[in-house]
Each structure stands twice: as structure tokens, then as C-alpha cells.
Write a protein that binds this ligand. Sequence first.
Ligand code: SF4
Length: 263
Amino acid sequence: MERSIDTVRETPHWSYSAFNTYLTCPMRYYFRYIEHAEAERTSVSIPFGRAFHAVLSERAMKGADYTVEDAKEDFSVFFKGEAEVCEKLTYKQDEDYLFWEQRGCDMLDVALAEWTDDYTVKSVAEAFSVEVPGLSKPLIGEFDLVVTDGGDETICDWKTASMKWPAGKADRDLQATTFCYAYRQLHGRMPMFRFDVFTKAKAPAHHQFYTYRNQDDLDRFVYLAGQIEKVVNTGIFLPVESCMNCSECAYSERCKAAHRKAG
Ligand code: SF4
């Protein structure tokens, strides 16, 4: 029986998101994954991204009969639902809920006009849970979309981004490595990986980035994952302060007070 991502999340696990959070700021990892602290604020990009992603899943599952009007209608419903359950939603200056609802619809015009995956879909929202040597908990996640092309399999991941990705980003991306590792464990074959990046600009655009991982990349991932678990077990979580890290951090007040609490 296929499991959903909610089911595999029910037991202790590792995820790409946890690894990435640790690597960008161990103290944020501590607040989110150890302390389970309440978010002090939530950027609108979180519910926006979830709603946009949910609409693309609908498109992948329902096929070409799913029109852009269906997509926009669903987006409004999903975005409203996601925004309502977020704690202390924040917007940038001169932006509000209606601004982002319209921007989502503009992005869907592009996404559906450039859709390429109708006849090759192998799975949509395929949850996984695999063992990784050296980790005490399984690695879990969800493949947004898997397509086949001439017998070769490609994992596709949908992203919303404020700007076009720079050259080389996909080749260094840990998510692609993590997901290729999981796919290889589950299916015994090395897939290709494709990021579909939708920019949230005034004139939205869609770019595809293909990337490939080899056995050495997967071996390095196993090493990195094991090292992260070892360091997490030491209980030392240092802050990594930077404009990029901290500007939208959901725990910045806790972080500012951490040294006082430690005494
Ligand atoms: S405010 Fe910055 S340094 Fe502090 S937890 Fe957040 S990202 Fe890390």
C-alpha cells in the first residue's frame, strides 16, 4: 500500500529540509526540530508556495482536462486555506493577500501554458521512507512528480523563487542528491533530477534545470548525513547570522535571547 507524506512523518525521521536547515543555521535547526518552538512570524511565501505546489499536483494528476481556470479557482481556495492556518503572516511593504493571489494566477498562466508532462507521468506525490547507513532514523520525503522518457526516469521538483536560479545551482543542490539517493534505494535505478522553477516576478517565468548524480555523490551524501546526526547529538547549536539567513527567520527573537537564557 502506498504511504502518504503525512503517514511517514508520524514516526521519528530525517528529511532534506532538516539537513538543509542544519547546514544553513544549526540554531534555527534547534528551534524548529528539537525545541519545536512556535514560529514568531510566517512569510507569505510559505502558504503561497504550498498552494501553488498543490495546484501543480492537481494538474499532474488530472491531466490536460484540468484548465487554467480550474487551476486559478483551486489556487484561490488552497491559498486561503494555507494562509488561514499560518501564525502571524507577514508581507513585504506594498504587498498584501490580494497581491499574492493575483501573482499566483499570473504564474499559473505560465505554468500551464508550458506544461510538458502529460504522457509520461509515472507517479505524483510519491512519499518515501528509506534507511541510510549511519543514521538512527529513516530519511523521508516526497517526489513531486516522476516521469519516464524512453525508459529513463526523472524526478521533477516544483519550486517558486524570487528570481531565476544562477547557473550551477541545480548541480550543487542537496535536495537533488538526497532524493536521487532515496529513489535509488527504492527502485534500484539512478534517476535524472529536474527542477521546475517558477519565478514570482511581475512577468513570471518558468525555467527547467536538469541535473545528474553519480555513485560518489550518493556516497558523499551518506557521509554528510552521518556527520550531521553526530554533530546534532552533541547538543551544540551555533547561530549563523547573515542577511540571507536571518531576514525572514521565524525564530529571530528567541535567537537574540539565546545567550541570556544560557546564562
Ligand atoms: S536569526 Fe539568524 S542566526 Fe538566529 S536562528 Fe535565525 S537564521 Fe539562525
